[in-house]
Design a protein around this ligand. Sequence first.
Ligand code: CA
Length: 406
Amino acid sequence: MRVHARAAVAAAAALLVGAAVAVSPTLVPPAGAAAGCLVDYQVNQWTGGFTAAVRVTAGDAAVNGWTVTWTYGGDQRVTNGWNAAVTQAGAAVTARNAAWNGSLPAGGSTEFGVQGTYSASNAAPTGFTLNGEPCNGAGPTTPPPTTVPPTSVPPTSVPPTSAPPTSAPPTSPPPPTGCGSAAFCDGFESQEGGAPSGVWSVSYPDCQGAGTATVDTTTAHSGAKSVRVNGATGYCNHVFVGTTSGVSGLGAVRFARFWVRHTTALPQQHVTFLAMRDANDGNRDLRMGGQNGALQWNRASDDATLPEQSPSGVALSLPLATNRWTCVEFTVDGSQGHLRTWVDGAEVAGLVADGTPTHDIDGQWSSRANWRPSLTDLRLGWESYGEGADTLWFDDVAMSTTRIGC
Ligand code: CA
């Protein structure tokens, strides 16, 4: 979807260029600091929400302080932004530079981002301007940003002219999406270099083969970075990027949320993309992955599955969508041995262990009445046991004592 959105924006820009040339070949944009500017808007969306990475490129002159505007084509509502102060009035959005990124040399660029919601339509925005000048080759007939009521500007906004003359890196990375009050929340934006580091470490459980886990800067759910897992078939290719940070403080009842984007549909045979070591189960893993094409939980110690892998049980789970970011949430109640799962905010009936054995769902799972997991880490990656190779990205990982949301 990211690639498609980029292509769509590029196509729209090309159309705008073509239209300006064909209809008004004599029109020349008025001289100004932003003449020839570009604004590239790349959206990642899911049901009801989106993030967008916006790259603004100065035109034929340097810019000292920038204001970028656009007009949404749907009912989008911006709820958050990073690397810019973003406000909205109706469909019109105004983004002003942060203290550290206001100065752009001629042809120079910087990136900021927005997060938002929509219900009816996330139609592509149009009418991009930089400091009042139409961008992406649009003619000067584009409405100027003065159509935005001045009351939409919060009084605490930093005037562009206060931006320091020299660029400095942000003092903190953009916030991961939807952390709430999570005890642990990481969007990988502070990662430097290709190998996950800091609170994250890469492990190869059995033997190191073709499986890799790296920090990726080409695909992200929020910000500019994520972790990419190249998962291959076979036990030597198992790979995880894991953390113990914040896990021990969560107590018996814990919630987790992560975003995953994968490439290949879940196979028929068993695979795992999330594993957590259970100190109360001989340090064997509680695993989330897939089987029979649908999401499932698996208990490594006895190979119990949730749901049961009957056709009716599998039908109560669902496939993991490919080539888009999916929000996965779960809770594990170690005091009662309960488990619940949500995908894109909706609970999955087949991925619930509630202590009351239900045929097709948690009948097999509940056969071990004393299952009381005590989880000591969280690992994201790829294990396949018979078949199944996949490329996955993970981003915006959070753990908390309460539900975090998407
Ligand atoms: Ca990220």
